[in-house]
Ligand binder design. Structure first.
Ligand SMILES: NC(=O)c1ccc[n+]([C@@H]2O[C@H](COP(=O)([O-])OP(=O)(O)OC[C@H]3O[C@@H](n4cnc5c(N)ncnc54)[C@H](OP(=O)(O)O)[C@@H]3O)[C@@H](O)[C@H]2O)c1
Length: 278
């Protein structure tokens, strides 16, 4: 079983779309100070075995050990995968979960992850019986000690409502693309806040390119001697989000982590929160 109770990180380093740079960038992220890594057993967008190589290199260099880290990976349905499946597509959804997580643990060189996330519900509209079966299988994996916490990604408010009504245990995390035009996912965030679910926000920069150029952000950045990206990450933390960054750039890694120290007034936070909606 995992050695100590889970600690919720304050920043997640994302490993999507890095292909053969995955190992080196994972190692660089750890050297830069990240202690939480997000990946998925979805070879189409992630190279999870490369993440494992990066972790092994970081452990070998000393300074960081498995117990210092928060590792998060995902179960992805076949429709989100290419031909490189981490499970038998003919097996039941529950068996696919067990096979996918076993493969993730092998890739990551560990016997548990800190968080296991359903990459997205099987339908764009509802929380289906298949999702329910997968969620129960994920809970079994958690009960067996192969993950500490569970999460769900790419989920709408109505699906989240259906999910939490259908199961006597909801997720610890929701991981969603965060658009400023929806008040930075305001409805889902407020549902999460009420239920003590941690909202993980991704594409904070790439989904909000216009907002990053807004004079409100530019002025705040100039006053704080910071970049617009730093202001957005600091804002995300201030409204209770757990932000993800997948930067491939060492300076950006440092800046993203340093954003935690930025001073941002309550008024500034409110101003940014309503930016994309005006
Ligand atoms: N659950 C899901 O379905 C899902 C979907 C997408 C992503 N994710 C997760 O979220 C992670 C992050 O993905 P993302 O969509 O947010 O995009 P991202 O991969 O973080 O891309 C951010 C882009 O912004 C640029 N950038 C410029 N200044 C930056 C700064 N100071 N800090 C960071 N980036 C800066 C980056 O360029 P440089 O590389 O040059 O810095 C990069 O092109 C992924 O790796 C993955 O783990 C999950």
């Amino acid at each position: 079983m995992p050695p100590h109770p889970p600690t919720i990180p304050d920043f997640l380093y994302g490993t999507a779309w890095k292909e053969d740079r995955t190992a080196a960038l994972t190692e660089l992220a750890l050297r830069s100070g990240f202690r939480a890594i997000d990946t998925a057993n979805q070879r189409r967008h992630y190279f999870e075995a490369g993440v494992g190589e990066g972790l092994a290199a970081a452990y070998g260099a000393g300074g960081v050990a498995r117990a210092d880290l928060f590792l998060q990976t995902k179960f992805t349905y076949q429709r989100g995968q290419d031909h490189r499946l981490p499970y038998d597509p003919e097996a039941s959804p529950g068996v696919q979960v067990a096979q996918s997580l076993a493969s993730s643990l092998e890739h990551l060189g560990t016997d548990y992850v800190d968080s296991y996330v359903l990459h997205g519900p099987s339908s764009g509209y509802d929380w289906t019986d298949t999702d329910a079966e997968v969620w129960e299988a994920m809970r079994k994996e958690r009960d067996a000690g192969r993950t500490r916490l569970l999460g769900v990604s790419n989920i709408s408010l109505s699906q989240l409502e259906q999910m939490t009504a259908a199961h006597n245990e909801g997720p610890a995390f929701v991981q969603n693309r965060c658009f400023a035009r929806s008040g930075w996912g305001r409805d889902v965030r407020s549902f999460c806040r009420e239920r003590k679910i941690v909202y993980q926000g991704f594409s904070l920069l790439t989904a909000n390119v216009e907002v990053l150029r807004d004079p409100v952000i530019a002025t705040l950045a100039a006053h704080a001697n910071a970049t617009p990206a730093q202001v957005v990450f600091r804002f995300a933390r201030a409204v209770g989000m757990l932000p993800l960054t997948g930067t491939t750039n060492a300076t950006h890694m440092k800046q993203d982590l340093e954003s935690r120290e930025l001073a941002l007034s309550a008024e500034a936070v409110q101003g940014i929160e309503s930016l994309g909606m005006t």
